[in-house]
Design a protein around this ligand. Structure first.
Ligand SMILES: O=P(O)(O)OC[C@H]1O[C@H](OP(=O)(O)OP(=O)(O)O)[C@H](O)[C@@H]1O
Ligand code: HPA
Ligand SMILES: [Mg+2]
Length: 191
């Protein structure tokens, strides 16, 4: 999808287009809104930075137009660092700023790949006495799963390839690409 951007030359192919992403975000928001119509004190959205930043921004606005009110919270965790495979060690770079006890929590995650990040995060959040902790993940790689985690809302299942765009990075780059694609092999050999 060449559009004159600096990253055109690095992307081998598009997997999910910008339009498909935007439509799916609306669908996910509609599902979540329907399931949370009775929540009186609003939903607590917990964005898993950095990857989920785009999804959080779009999803929260879509939910806001149709659903219950939401409060937006952020955690930053990292296990991939500059590589294309999980280190297996999840590090908290930024913790929640507030108490989640008694709240309905919805974790907003960009991708479930090995499942290690989410499995660790769910254990962490459940120990903080929320009423419920559900997950909305825009992408999932069913063939890459090492730990099974309950993901209530899923956008797209992806093939087991490393992808970038819509928040997802390779070595901190390509997060601003508006679609999800695969990099040309040469890009990995540059480092
Ligand atoms: O299922 P897993 O194999 O654990 O992979 C999923 C996690 O990995 C990525 O985060 P990353 O560690 O790259 O941090 P980032 O969001 O700051 O890029 C991604 O954003 C997810 O949070
Ligand atoms: O395919 C991926 N791309 C970018 N970051 C990721 N974190 C887990 N899987 C991926
Ligand atoms: Mg990353």
């Amino acid at each position: 999808m060449a559009d004159g951007s600096w990253y055109d030359a690095d992307i081998d192919r598009v997997i999910i287009s910008e339009k498909e992403i935007q439509e799916k975000v609306e669908e996910l928001a509609a599902e979540v809104a329907a399931d949370h119509a009775d929540v009186e004190d609003g939903v607590l959205l917990v964005c898993v930075l950095k990857g989920a930043l785009m999804f959080m921004a779009d999803f929260s606005r879509a939910l806001g137009r149709i659903g219950p009110s939401a409060e937006l919270e952020f955690m930053a965790v990292s296990s991939y660092g500059h590589g294309a495979t999980s280190s297996g060690v999840v590090r908290i770079l930024k913790d929640l700023d507030r108490d989640i006890a008694g709240r309905r929590v919805l974790v907003v995650e960009d991708i479930v790949d090995s499942g290690l990040t989410l499995s660790w995060l769910l254990r962490y959040l459940e120990s903080r006495r929320a009423v419920s902790v559900d997950v909305v993940a825009l992408f999932r790689k069913p063939d890459a799963v090492k730990v099974n985690v309950p993901v209530r809302y899923v956008g797209f299942d992806l093939p087991n390839e490393f992808v970038v765009g819509y928040g997802l990075d390779y070595a901190e780059r390509y997060r601003e690409v508006p679609y999800v694609g695969v990099l040309r092999p040469e890009v990995y050999n540059r480092d």
